[in-house]
Design a protein around this ligand. Structure first.
Ligand code: FAD
Length: 313
C-alpha cells in the first residue's frame, strides 16, 4: 500500500475576517498568500451583520480571486435587510465573480434584544434568494462571469454553491435540540449544498450532532469548524460570542501556563486533536477559523497530520 492510500488527502479550508484598518490590510494579504500556498479548498471571508463590513469583505474576496488559485467563499447575512437590499447585495457579489456563499441570518445589532429581522427571517430564505437572483440574471449578464479561479474556466457558467451554518451544541436562541436539526433541514430543502459548524470543543459534540442530523434526513456534508484557542482572553471572547459552554480542561491549562509560547502549543494541540478525532469519525474535511493569522492554523494542520510537517512558512 502506498502512503497515499494510507493517508488520503483531508480537505481543509480557512475563515478570515475583513481587515479593521488600512494597516492590517497588507498583513492580511500576506496571510492569504501563505494560506493559499497550503492548497485549501476555499477561503471564506466573514460579513458584518447589517452590512457593517460589506465593502471590505468584497475587497478581501476579490484579492483571493485575483491573486490566488483558491476559491473565495463569501459569508452574507440578511438580518435587518429588505428583500430588495439582500437581492442587490447578492448581485454585487455575483458581479464580482463570487460563486460560493455561506448564507447566514446574522445576529441583530448590539442593543437589539429581540431579533431585528428585516424582510428575511432565516438563513433558509437567504439560500432561496441567492437561487432566485441567479435565475433572473439575463444570459448577457451571465456570459462574461469572470469569477472562476484559473484561466481555464473563464467564460464558463457555474451555478453558485451555497453553504449554511450548523450548531452542534445548539444555537443560543434555540429552545430545543431538534430546532437546530429542523433549521438545518430547512436550509437543505432551500438548496444549501453543505454546512459549516459553529466551533465546538469536544469531538463528540460534532460527531453526535452529525449522527442525529443524518437520522433526521440531513444528507449534505457537515464541515466541522475548528478554532485554535491560544489564550484565555480569546477563550473568553469566543464563549461570549458563541454561547458555547466553557471547556474547563482547556481553560485551566491555558490559565496555569505562564508563557505565550506554551499557551500557543496547548491551543494548537487541542485543535489538532479535535481535527484528528473528527476526521477519524468521518468528517468530510476541516474548516479552521484562522483569526487572520496563518502560522497557528497551518501548525494545527501539520500536527493533525493533514499537511506534511515542517513546511516552509
Ligand atoms: P438561522 O439558520 O436562520 O437560525 C439559526 C438558529 O437559530 C437555528 O438553528 C434555530 O435553532 C434558531 N432559531 C431560528 N429562528 C428562531 C426563532 N424564531 N426563535 C428561536 N430560535 C430560532 N454572523 C455574522 O454576522 N457574520 C458572519 O460572517 C458569520 N459567520 C458565521 C460562520 C459560521 C460557520 C457560523 C456557525 C456562524 C456565523 N455567524 C456569522 C453567526 C450567525 O450569523 C449567527 O449565529 C446567527 O444568530 C444565526 O445565523 P444562522 O444563519 O444560523 O440563522
Amino acid at each position: 500500500m502506498s502512503s497515499e492510500t494510507l493517508n488520503p488527502r483531508v480537505p481543509f479550508s480557512f475563515e478570515l475576517y475583513p481587515p479593521r484598518s488600512e494597516s492590517s490590510q497588507a498583513a492580511l494579504h500576506e496571510t492569504v498568500r501563505r494560506l493559499a500556498a497550503a492548497g485549501p479548498d476555499f477561503i471564506s471571508v466573514t460579513y458584518g451583520a447589517g452590512g457593517s463590513t460589506g465593502g471590505r469583505s468584497l475587497e478581501v474576496l476579490r484579492f483571493i480571486r485575483e491573486h490566488t488559485d483558491v476559491e473565495p467563499l463569501a459569508h452574507i447575512t440578511c438580518v435587518g435587510n429588505t428583500y430588495a437590499g439582500a437581492a442587490a447585495l447578492i448581485r454585487e457579489f455575483l458581479d464580482a465573480g463570487i460563486l460560493s456563499f455561506l448564507a447566514l441570518r446574522g445576529d441583530p445589532p448590539a442593543g437589539h434584544d429581540e431579533p431585528f429581522l428585516g424582510d428575511l427571517e432565516s438563513a433558509a430564505q437567504l439560500v432561496q434568494l441567492i437561487d432566485r437572483v441567479q435565475a433572473e440574471r439575463s444570459p448577457y449578464e451571465e456570459a462574461p462571469v469572470p469569477g472562476l479561479p484559473g484561466a481555464a474556466t473563464v467564460g464558463a457558467r457555474r451555478k453558485a454553491t451555497v453553504a449554511v451554518a450548523a450548531f452542534p451544541n445548539g444555537h443560543p436562541r434555540s429552545t430545543h435540540r431538534w430546532q437546530d436539526i429542523d433549521a438545518l433541514l430547512a436550509k437543505q430543502a432551500a438548496g444549501a449544498s453543505s454546512a459549516i459548524t459553529q466551533l465546538f470543543f469536544h469531538s463528540d459534540d460534532y460527531l453526535s450532532f452529525v449522527e442525529k442530523a443524518r437520522a433526521e434526513g440531513v444528507t449534505i456534508p457537515i464541515l466541522p469548524g475548528i478554532m485554535p484557542i491560544v489564550s484565555p482572553v480569546r477563550l473568553a471572547r469566543v464563549l461570549e460570542l458563541t454561547g458555547e459552554t466553557l471547556p474547563s480542561e482547556l481553560s485551566i491549562a491555558l490559565d496555569v501556563e505562564p508563557t505565550p509560547e506554551g499557551r500557543h502549543e496547548i491551543g494548537v494541540e487541542w485543535a489538532a486533536r479535535l481535527a484528528r478525532e473528527v476526521v477519524a469519525g468521518g468528517a468530510p474535511g476541516i474548516h479552521l477559523y484562522a483569526f487572520n493569522q496563518h502560522h497557528t492554523v497551518l501548525t494545527v494542520l501539520e500536527e493533525a497530520g493533514v499537511l506534511p510537517a515542517a513546511r516552509m512558512r
